[in-house]
Design a protein around this ligand. Sequence first.
Ligand SMILES: [Zn+2]
Length: 350
Amino acid sequence: MEALVLETKDQLSLRDFPQIDREEETLGPRDVRIRLHTVGICGSDVHYYTHGRIGPFVVNEPMILGHEASGIVIETGPEVTTLKPGDRVCMEPGIPDPNSRATRLGMYNVDPAVRFWATPPVHGILRPTCVHPEAFTYLLPDNVSFAEAAMVEPLAVGIHAATKARIKPGDIALVMGAGPIGLVTAISALAAGCARVYVTDLAAPKLDIAAGLSPAITPVNAGSEDVTAVIARDTDGWGADVVFEATGSPRAAAGVFAPLAPGGCVVMIGGQPDPISYDAGAAMVREARVENIFRYAHVFPRCVKMLASGAIDVKPLITRTFDFKDSVRAFEIAASAPPGDVKMQIELPQ
Ligand SMILES: [Zn+2]
């Protein structure tokens, strides 16, 4: 089948990829076959394209990109009970070993054996069809579009971060970074009950998008304003109850405790390829709780329900849609990181 293939760093092609047909011919008893409909372009896909690696994961052989997906079930294995052909679905891209210790403890996202789409050597789903376990495939209500459903994967990161933060109604949160993950974290924090969410970035267009998502979001330009001072001014000097680090910048991460309230929580979301330092003394005097997240676990059904009920709206985050035949160009544009774009998606022919 035709697929979007990362041949090697900086080299993409849309071409026939017979190996994937062989690998995915067989449908296990508890698998479903899915015709892909919409696939979001993730920062990690772009990073593999421009760098050929993310940390220890190196693209040594041609790899199909894409892991944020929705589609339609076209075939089910004999033991599948919850899905049938014609069902509209979204898919969780990481499949753990069901018998691993991490999975048995409920932390399947940190199972060292997890197979995650478009993470070498596992192929992604920018291709017409895929085979996936029923257990990681989620039925969509009629009022959730394929485009929204393909946003569940990044949204899951924000919902997982908000869950780890243990947000209480009325909390004040700060989200550092207004990229796609920063923005889904901001709307997740609001949905979890925050009274106000401050969002920082250096790029004014990204802050404009953030401000447009909710009147309860306050944009702060970290280039021209002192974030800690802004929050201190608005909170009688107390600080933010929760700080989400979603920039992945060592410099931003070094300052996570300055705006944090006593007893507050920092959630580290942004990936850090190298060891970084942070102000442990500032954490100590606040008795700060620090949480780290790796992708997400157990949140896809919650995300789908929140999209269906209107508790969360991801539509403003979808800023561009490309046809599958234009997917190489879509990645070239995504790699140039246009400041006015949040999420670009690719639609497959149906
Ligand atoms: Zn992603």
